[in-house]
Design a protein around this ligand. Structure first.
Ligand code: NAD
Ligand code: ZN
Length: 358
């Protein structure tokens, strides 16, 4: 048995208002006149108050990150090339936003120090050189992208992360005040990503006490905010932010499962976003996660959330095949969910019938 020796985030600051410490945190990381690049989720492009609080100094650059679609390898290549052309070297890349913006920041910081194209590094442990300094600052809670060793990218042939020891952030800034204005639907979809991480980790065959101790806490926090409390408060933002962190820690030492494996196919073919895609799939997974799905249905109802149906209606056989192939390629996820013999359980036909339900 070989145990994973996994790289974690180096520094964590947590607390309402801790975003104000960013200047002080970055100061020792600044090298000569190499700028800091801030990638700010485009949701905040007209938010003058937030922008004024970002410590843009000297020749630093603040870029509005277009996350209308989830990050693509081509977008990472363009951004990193643009930064290299303009500055050569940088002191760091800081991602402020949802999972997409944080993943962009991780990938760009890796590509600043690695040759070739981002697509060359989609996979496990392919990144050659350490990234430039990078920090992640979530404005949505749930993905766990702030703690993970991956950055999920859609490339020309697949949707797959750059999983490596060079991927985790050097610093994360967890300030629950930054999530306060997220609309209820978005907050739910991203929050459910965390809930689903927990169910898939806790019910998976890779489960161990490390993952369980984080997963149970994170799942409990999700249920507190989405099921047991009657209104959204500052405390709810605080709980969901820590749920996201703990959910991420849980899957770091286990793996996700059926919902993620299937939702990757939807994301690849239809561009369905991760959070909502997981909800669309999980909604129909009562055979695999009966208790988790029952709780999910209650949370959907209580929060009055719209979960789309019928998104695969009218797709061609070829399109179904594409989704099935992407999904079947997620081997560790299936192994975690269904065991080593997963292929005898999740057959092509079964998966096709599942895809037809969404
Ligand atoms: P997101 O980052 O895709 O953002 C969704 C939408 O919300 C965007 O339009 C964004 O502009 C907006 N937004 C961001 N902050 C907001 C705020 N405070 N208020 C209102 N709107 C806001 O959503 P997400 O669910 O956080 O992240 C999903 C992405 O994360 C996907 O690309 C997925 O692949 C990735 N992901 C990565 C990991 C990882 O470990 N690296 C894990 C899970 C998901
Ligand atoms: Zn997820």
């Amino acid at each position: 048995m070989k145990f994973r020796n996994f790289k974690m985030v180096d520094y964590v600051v947590y607390g309402r208002g801790c975003f104000n410490q960013l200047d002080e945190i970055l100061a020792p990381r600044r090298k000569d006149d190499a700028p800091v690049i801030f990638l700010l989720d485009h949701y905040f492009q007209n938010d003058g108050a937030l922008k004024a609080r970002i410590p843009v100094r000297g020749n630093d650059l603040l870029i509005d990150a277009d996350v209308s679609h989830e990050p693509k390898t081509s977008q990472v290549d363009e951004l990193s090339q643009q930064i290299k052309d303009k500055f050569g070297k940088v002191s760091g890349v800081i991602g402020i936003g949802g999972g997409s913006t944080m993943d962009l920041a991780k990938a760009v910081s890796i590509m600043m120090n690695n040759p070739g194209k981002a697509q060359d590094y989609q996979g496990w442990d392919l990144v050659k050189n350490p990234a430039v300094y990078k920090a992640g600052i979530p404005t949505l809670s749930g993905t766990g992208a702030e703690v993970s060793r991956t950055t999920v990218l859609t490339g020309p042939t697949r949707k797959l992360g750059m999983n490596s020891d060079f991927t985790p952030f050097d610093q994360i800034v967890l300030d629950p005040a930054l999530t306060k204005d997220a609309p209820a639907n978005q907050r739910f979809y991203t929050g459910m990503d965390c809930f689903i991480h927990c169910v898939e980790s806790l019910k998976g065959t890779f489960i161990n006490e490390f993952s369980r101790s984080y997963g149970e806490k994170a799942q409990d926090l999700c249920e507190q905010v989405f099921l047991h409390e009657n209104e959204w408060t500052e405390e709810s933002d605080e709980k969901l932010m820590m749920a996201s962190y703990a959910g991420g820690m849980s899957i770091a030492y286990s793996q996700v499962g059926v919902a993620h494996a299937i939702s990757y196919g939807l994301g690849y073919l239809l561009g369905t976003k991760h959070g909502i895609g997981n909800c669309i799939v999980f909604n129909h997974l009562q055979d695999y996660y009966p208790k988790g799905v029952a709780t999910f249905h209650k949370m959907v109802e209580k929060n009055n959330i719209f979960i789309p149906e019928g998104i695969t209606k009218g797709l061609t056989d070829e399109q179904f095949d594409t989704m099935i192939n992407v999904s079947m390629g997620m081997v560790p996820l299936w192994e975690n969910a269904l065991g080593k013999d997963w292929k005898t359980i999740m057959t092509y036909d079964k998966l096709r019938r599942l895809y037809e339900k969404f």
